[in-house]
Design a protein around this ligand. Structure first.
Ligand SMILES: [Zn+2]
Length: 509
C-alpha cells in the first residue's frame, strides 16, 4: 500500500466513522423519527377543530372561581371529569387527596380616618384570618420587607398597629426566601398582637390599575392574622403620607372563615393508552383550581382547557401513541402544589415508568420556552422537536426549574417537569385579581398553545426511543444543590433528600 493510498483509505474511514458517530449522536426530530405524519394530522385537528375557547367559556361561566376544597371546587372537578369523558379519554376518574384546612372569603373593607378620610380598596389574602367583628381602628406603621430579620428583632413595636409591608433598600435574599420569611413574620406579628397586615403576594404591592391580587402566603400554611392586598394607588398614598411624617389611622374590617379540619379535593385523570408500552406514561397537566376574585380564566383556565383541547386533538386525529399520555387536572396548586404532590405520592410505585410531566400555567400568552426542570441531558433531544415547530412558533429550550407550579413535584421525583413558559405581559394584572376573566384571553393564542401542548405530548409519548427515565435521588439532589435550590426547598419543607448530593468537603479527604 503506498502512502498516498493509505492516507486516502484513512480519510475515507475517518469520514465514514464521523458520519456514523454524528448519526448515532444527533437527536432525531419528527422529520427523522417517523412521528411527522401523525403530528401533522394532530396539528390539523388542533388548529382547525379546537374547542379550547368554548371550553374556557364554559369553565368561566358555568363554574367560575373554584377554590380548592370549596363547593365550587367540587363543581369544577365534576366538570373536568365530564369533559374528559365526552372527549373520549380512557380510564377517566378522580383521585382524592386531603387538604389540611379549608377557607372561605367573607368581606373586607378599609377606610382611612386620618389624615384624610376616604375608602381604600382591599381584599383578603387566602388562608388568612379576621379582625374582630365590626372591624378595628389602628395606626399604620411600615415594616421593611427586605429586612425582616431586623423587624423580627423589634417585633413588639407592632403591637396594636396595622402593619404596612414596604420593600426598602436592596433585598438580601432571593424572592423565594423572602416569601418563606414573610410567612414567619406574619406568625410573629400575630403573636405580638398586631391588628392586621397590608401586604399582598409575598408582601409585595399590587400591580395596577386599582387591582388587588389575592393568593396564599406559604406552602400549605394558614395565618390567623388578617392580611390584605391593597390597590397600589391607595397603598402609594399611605406610603407618602407616612414618609412625610403624618400619623395615618385606618378602620379595617376583614371577615373570613376556616374549616375546623381537613377538607377533601381530587385530581381529575384520563388517559390515551399507549399501543406498545401502555405502562409508560407522559403526564400532561394544568391546575383546575383558581382563586375567587374572578373566573380564573388565565390562572389557570387557559392551562386547563389547553389540556382538554390537546387531548381532544389527539383523540380526534385517530393517531395512537406508543406510550400512554395521561391528562391530569390538578387541584390545590394555589395552596402549595398539593394536588401534584399527592399525585407523585399516590403513584410512587409507577414513577419509574413515567417519562415526565408537561405543564402549562403561565397566563394567557403564547408558549415561548420548554423549561426542562434541571434535566440538561434532554436539551438536545427537545431542541430537535422544537425545531420542527418553527413555522408555528419559535420556542427556546433550556433546563430552568419551575417550582411555582405543578412541575415542582415531578422535578423532585427526578423527572423532567417540563414548564411551558409563556409570553404573557398582562399576566401581572390578571394574576389572582378581579381581572382574571375571559376577556383577557384570545382564542387564537389559546388554540395555538393547546395545539403545541398536543404535539409535545404526542411526540414525547410516540418517539421510538423513550424520552427520559427518572434520575436517582442522588443525581437530582446534586443538581438541585448546584442550581442553588436547596435553601428554598428546605424552607418550604420540600427537601426530601437529606444529605444526598453534597459535594465531599475538601477537609474530609
Ligand atoms: Zn396558576
Amino acid at each position: 500500500m503506498n502512502r498516498r493510498f493509505a492516507l486516502l483509505a484513512f480519510a475515507i474511514a475517518w469520514t465514514a466513522c464521523r458520519a456514523w458517530a454524528n448519526d448515532s449522536v444527533k437527536p432525531k426530530g419528527p422529520d427523522e423519527d417517523g412521528t411527522k405524519p401523525a403530528l401533522t394530522s394532530i396539528a390539523g385537528e388542533g388548529f382547525y377543530n379546537s374547542q379550547a375557547f368554548s371550553y374556557l367559556t364554559d369553565l368561566s361561566d358555568d363554574v367560575g372561581g373554584r377554590i380548592t376544597g370549596s363547593p365550587e371546587g367540587q363543581k369544577a372537578i365534576d366538570w373536568g371529569a365530564a369533559k374528559m369523558k365526552s372527549i373520549g379519554l380512557s380510564n377517566v376518574h378522580t383521585e382524592k387527596w386531603s387538604m389540611w384546612k379549608g377557607w372561605t372569603r367573607g368581606s373586607s373593607s378599609a377606610e382611612m380616618l386620618a389624615p384624610l378620610r376616604r375608602t381604600l380598596t382591599v381584599d383578603a389574602m387566602g388562608w388568612t384570618g379576621s379582625t374582630p367583628k365590626g372591624g378595628a381602628e389602628a395606626e399604620v406603621v411600615t415594616a421593611n420587607l427586605f429586612d425582616m430579620d431586623a423587624e423580627i428583632a423589634h417585633i413588639s413595636r407592632f403591637r396594636g398597629k396595622i402593619v404596612l409591608m414596604k420593600p426598602e433598600g436592596v433585598p438580601r435574599k432571593s424572592f423565594w426566601m423572602l416569601f418563606a420569611q414573610y410567612g414567619d413574620f406574619l406568625k410573629q406579628l400575630n403573636k405580638a398582637g398586631a391588628v392586621a397586615v397590608i401586604g399582598g403576594q409575598g408582601g409585595f404591592k399590587a400591580e395596577g390599575m386599582h387591582l388587588t391580587h389575592t393568593g396564599i402566603l406559604g406552602f400549605a400554611d394558614d395565618f390567623a392574622i388578617p392580611v390584605v392586598d391593597m390597590a397600589m394607588e391607595d397603598e402609594g398614598q399611605l406610603e407618602r403620607l407616612l414618609e412625610s411624617g403624618k400619623t395615618v389611622r385606618l378602620r379595617i374590617d376583614v371577615q373570613n372563615t376556616f374549616t375546623g379540619g381537613p377538607v377533601e379535593s381530587a385530581n381529575v385523570v384520563g388517559d390515551i393508552v399507549g399501543t406498545e408500552h401502555p405502562e409508560e406514561i407522559v403526564v400532561v397537566g394544568a391546575h383546575l383550581d383558581s382563586w375567587d376574585l374572578s373566573e380564573g380564566a388565565t390562572d389557570n383556565g387557559t392551562g386547563t382547557t389547553a389540556v382538554l383541547a390537546a387531548a381532544e386533538a389527539v383523540v380526534k386525529s385517530g393517531q395512537r401513541p406508543r406510550r400512554t399520555i395521561r391528562f391530569v387536572l390538578f387541584t390545590g396548586e394555589e395552596q402549595g402544589l398539593l394536588g401534584s404532590l399527592a399525585y407523585v405520592k399516590q403513584h410512587a410505585a409507577e414513577m419509574k415508568n413515567h417519562l415526565g410531566c408537561v405543564v402549562l400555567d403561565d397566563g394567557q400568552g403564547p408558549i415561548k420556552e420548554f423549561q426542562l426542570g434541571g434535566r440538561n441531558d434532554l436539551i438536545d433531544s427537545m431542541k430537535a422537536f422544537a425545531q420542527s415547530l418553527t413555522n408555528i412558533r419559535e420556542i427556546a429550550v433550556n433546563d430552568k426549574r419551575e417550582f411555582g407550579t405543578d412541575t415542582g413535584p415531578f422535578i423532585l421525583a427526578g423527572l423532567p417537569g417540563i414548564n411551558l413558559e409563556q409570553d404573557s405581559p398582562d399576566y401581572k394584572y390578571t394574576h389572582h385579581s378581579a381581572a382574571d376573566a375571559l376577556e383577557q384571553v384570545k382564542p387564537d393564542v389559546l388554540t395555538q398553545d393547546a395545539t403545541i401542548l398536543a404535539l409535545t405530548a404526542f411526540w414525547l409519548a410516540d418517539r421510538p426511543e423513550r424520552f427520559a427515565t427518572p434520575w436517582t435521588p442522588e443525581q437530582t439532589a446534586k443538581m438541585l444543590r448546584q442550581k442553588g435550590d436547596y435553601d428554598m426547598l428546605k424552607s418550604f419543607n420540600l427537601w426530601t433528600f437529606g444529605d444526598l448530593g453534597q459535594e465531599p468537603s475538601p477537609s474530609s479527604n
